[in-house]
Design a protein around this ligand. Structure first.
Ligand code: SF4
Ligand SMILES: [Zn+2]
Length: 139
């Protein structure tokens, strides 16, 4: 099933530099804080947060929540899923090279960015310029 991401069109962060939402390095805490303030003004916070929880996003600020906060929510979501009230979120494979998550993994782990990852990140940036968001990480 193709997820419905229409809400992204109303995202306050559309067209913004997405790096603001994927904090790394020394100033990560301040960046996360700033990103959350952007989300505060976003009309699609709820959808964004749900998307992040259900798709198992493991990186970045989504729906005004840091990964720590999302993790707590996710745990609740998963235990509800086990109880049979909601479908279980699919398990994420570790980020593969040649994808934007792969690129972000390099940054996170401070390993040299490989060619395919650099390309994937450039593609995502181009997509961002064209569509106003790079966040469609599917399939
Ligand atoms: S809530 Fe989601 S869509 Fe809205 S600004 Fe924050 S990250 Fe972007
Ligand atoms: Zn790589």
């Amino acid at each position: 099933m193709i997820p419905n991401l229409d809400w992204l069109r109303h995202a306050v962060c559309a067209g913004m530099d997405q790096r603001a939402f994927f904090a790394t390095g020394r100033h990560a805490r301040a960046q996360v804080f700033a990103a959350k303030r952007v989300c505060d003004a976003c009309p699609v916070r709820e959808q964004c947060r749900e998307w992040a929880i259900e798709s198992g996003e493991r990186w970045g600020v989504w729906g005004g929540m840091s990964q720590d906060e999302l993790r707590k929510k996710r745990r609740r979501f998963t235990s509800r899923a086990k109880a049979g009230t909601r479908p279980a979120p699919k398990k994420r494979e570790p980020a593969k090279c040649g994808t934007r998550p792969g690129y972000q993994k390099h940054l996170r782990e401070k390993t040299p960015v490989c060619g395919p990852c650099r390309q994937a990140n450039t593609d995502a940036d181009n997509r961002l310029r064209r569509t106003g968001t790079s966040k469609v990480l599917a399939p």
